[in-house]
Design a protein around this ligand. Structure first.
Ligand code: SAM
Length: 318
């Protein structure tokens, strides 16, 4: 059916993210010793502005994520929505800032692939076993559940099913909770994503939601981005919320979040530690800075909070 084709195109975007991260890390933009287990080959060359864009995305998101975990002294949980083949769990373990439990949700077929890789690659499975207290670790084709890491196959558009599965795997509504979605909400209709954001706000009293995705999509450059995806049968059903930084913030405030901030990625790029930015800018020659600016102005990070426990707001400059 049309829905199946559309969902399949959305699932394929997970490989884009993985191959771009694989390529950028092979060039030295940042370190990720685990991504190689999810994308065997480095693959074809990506343009320097794409690599810089991924650098800004990874550093920008990690900055906010780590700040939240540190504020809670790791007494929190993380839920990565549409996590794909993301490797954050292993990074947090290596950096000794593991939350009490790290959850991931994606379509069952993506989850099955991820679990297969984990099962067959000891560098991935070892940290999960090490952080687990008993012999009984749930690991079947569509879910993994250990003390500290849980992967769930579910459709994010079906909230009651999502809620039920997360609770079955010991999600704790009383713990400070961080939601992460990177290039995920944009593939859902505005009502589907607002239901998800609303559920998150009403289920947790102390929480933060980090959303990375397209912004400023109504201009010419945005139109070209949409057309490029459509050529691959991929529809940005949620592009309405990607019109501006204000519309990104607004969707959270309307759905019950107390506070929201949003920055475009060019701004974030200019706020990252400039010695490291200078280092990565020397990795590959970029002759058209204009194109980098255009690209980065069309992505944003929006973060929203609810703070009953008074953790204090997480800022970009801490
Ligand atoms: N967040 C990951 C990252 O940054 O590497 C993957 C990003 S990829 C562009 C989008 C992911 O969202 C895909 O893995 C896709 O399967 C997932 N996704 C999109 N819509 C979803 C839905 N309705 N339910 C579950 N997963 C979904």
């Amino acid at each position: 059916t049309d829905t199946d084709t559309a969902d399949e195109a959305v699932r394929a975007t997970c490989d884009d993210a993985t191959t771009c991260k694989r390529f950028a890390t092979s060039k030295g933009y940042w370190k990720d010793p685990y991504i190689q287990y999810f994308a065997r080959n480095v693959g074809e060359r990506k343009a320097p502005e794409i690599n810089r864009g991924y650098y800004a995305r990874v550093h920008g998101v990690n900055h906010l994520l780590d700040a939240f975990i540190r504020k809670t002294e790791c007494d929190c949980q993380v839920i990565n929505l549409g996590a794909g083949l993301d490797t954050t769990f292993w990074r947090l373990k290596d950096e000794n800032i593991m939350p009490r439990k790290f959850f991931e949700v994606d379509f069952p077929t993506i989850v099955a692939r991820k679990i297969h890789n984990i099962k067959t690659k000891p560098p991935l499975s070892k940290p999960i076993i090490e952080t687990h207290s008993t012999d009984s670790l749930l690991l079947d084709a569509h879910s993994l559940d250990s003390d500290r890491y849980c992967i769930i196959g579910a459709d994010l558009r079906d909230i009651s099913n999502l809620d039920e599965k997360l609770k079955k795997f010991q999600l704790n509504p009383e713990l400070p909770t961080l939601f992460l979605s990177e290039c995920v909400l944009v593939y859902m209709t505005p009502s589907q994503s607002s239901n998800l954001i609303h559920w998150a706000a009403e289920t947790f009293h102390t929480a933060m939601f980090i959303n990375y995705e397209q912004v400023n999509m109504s201009d010419r450059f945005g139109q070209v981005m949409i057309e490029n995806l459509q050529r691959r049968q991929c529809t940005l059903a949620g592009v309405e919320a990607c019109q501006s930084l204000d519309s990104q913030k607004e969707r959270f405030l309307k759905a019950g979040w107390e506070h929201a901030d949003a920055l475009d990625m060019m701004t974030i790029y200019s706020m990252l530690p400039q010695d490291d930015v200078a280092r990565i800018e020397r990795l590959e020659f970029l002759d058209e800075r204009e194109l980098l600016q255009q690209l980065l102005q069309h992505y944003s990070i929006c973060w929203a909070t609810k703070d009953k426990l008074n953790l204090g707001t997480v800022q970009f400059h801490d």
